[in-house]
Ligand binder design. Structure first.
Ligand SMILES: C[S@@+](CC[C@H](N)C(=O)[O-])C[C@H]1O[C@@H](n2cnc3c(N)ncnc32)[C@H](O)[C@@H]1O
Length: 220
C-alpha cells in the first residue's frame, strides 16, 4: 500500500488506479445491492459517492428507475467510468464529495468502500455530509466494513462507533452480514440501511449528543 501520499488526496487514488492496485474492485453488482433494488419501493434520486470504476452499479441503479448522480475525485476513475458507460443518462462528477455543491438533496445514498477509505477522523464529517445530502426520511444504504485492520486503509468501523456517528441523524433499519465479499473484505462486510430522521429532528439530536463523544480526540 502506498504510504507516502495521504488517502485524503486524489493523487493517492490515481496512483492506485494507474498501477492496478485495486483489490476492492469486484467487476459485478454486489448480490446484496441486487436484492435491495428488487425489493425496495424507494425511487427518485440516488447519490453514489466515491464510485471509483464501479460503472455496473451506476447502470444497475438507472435500470431500476433511479436518477443517478455519482461523484469521485480521481481523474482516472472518472475517465474510466465515463468511458465504460458511453452515452449514459446520469450525472458523473469529478469533484470532492465533501465540498461539491450538488444543488439538491437525494432520496438514497449508496455506500461501498468509500467510508472505509476515509481516515476515522473524517467519519463524523462523512455522517454529517450524507445526512445533509439526504431528504428527510431518505436512506443511506450499502456495504459497510466492520472489524480490525492492521494496515489501513481500509479503516473498518466498530458497531459502537457506527452507532455514535450515525445515531445523531439515522436509525438502523436493516443489518445483514454479507458472505460473498471480495477476498480482502471477507467476513467483515454487512449490508445496512440507515433511515434519516426529519431534518429538524436530526439536527436537534446532533446538538444534544455533542457532549459525551466516544471517539477519542486523538482519532478525530
Ligand atoms: C476504495 S475506492 C471505492 C470505489 C468504489 N466505491 C467501489 O466500490 O469500487 C474509494 C474511492 O473513493 C474516492 N474518494 C476518496 N475520497 C474522496 C472524496 N473526498 N471525494 C470524492 N471521491 C473520493 C477515491 O478516488 C476512490 O475512487
Amino acid at each position: 500500500m502506498t504510504k507516502s501520499i495521504s488517502s485524503a488526496s486524489p493523487r493517492f487514488w490515481d496512483q492506485r488506479y494507474a498501477s492496478g492496485q485495486t483489490p476492492w474492485v469486484v467487476h459485478s453488482v454486489p448480490a446484496a445491492l441486487r436484492g435491495f433494488l428488487k425489493r425496495t419501493k424507494t425511487r427518485g434520486a440516488v447519490l453514489i459517492p466515491g464510485f471509483g470504476t464501479d460503472h455496473l452499479v451506476l447502470q444497475a441503479f438507472q435500470t431500476a428507475g433511479f436518477k443517478v448522480t455519482a461523484i469521485d475525485f480521481s481523474k482516472i476513475a472518472v475517465a474510466r467510468t465515463k468511458n465504460a458507460l458511453g452515452h449514459f443518462e446520469c450525472e458523473i462528477v469529478l469533484g470532492d464529495f465533501f465540498t461539491f455543491d450538488f444543488g439538491k438533496r437525494f432520496d438514497l445514498i449508496y455506500e461501498r468502500t468509500f467510508l472505509c477509505a476515509l481516515h476515522p477522523r473524517r467519519w463524523r464529517r462523512y455522517a454529517a455530509r450524507v445526512a445533509e445530502m439526504l431528504r428527510s426520511q431518505g436512506t443511506l444504504v450499502g456495504i459497510f466494513l466492520y472489524g480490525e485492520e492492521t494496515d489501513p486503509p481500509p479503516y473498518p468501523l466498530s458497531k459502537s462507533i457506527a452507532a455514535e456517528i450515525f445515531g445523531k441523524y439515522f436509525r438502523l433499519i436493516n443489518d445483514v452480514k454479507i458472505s460473498n465479499s471480495a477476498p480482502i473484505f471477507a467476513g467483515m462486510e454487512s449490508w445496512q440501511e440507515w433511515k434519516r430522521a426529519d431534518h429538524g429532528e436530526g439536527e436537534a439530536r446532533a446538538k444534544k449528543s455533542q457532549t459525551g463523544s466516544k471517539i477519542s480526540a486523538k482519532r478525530r
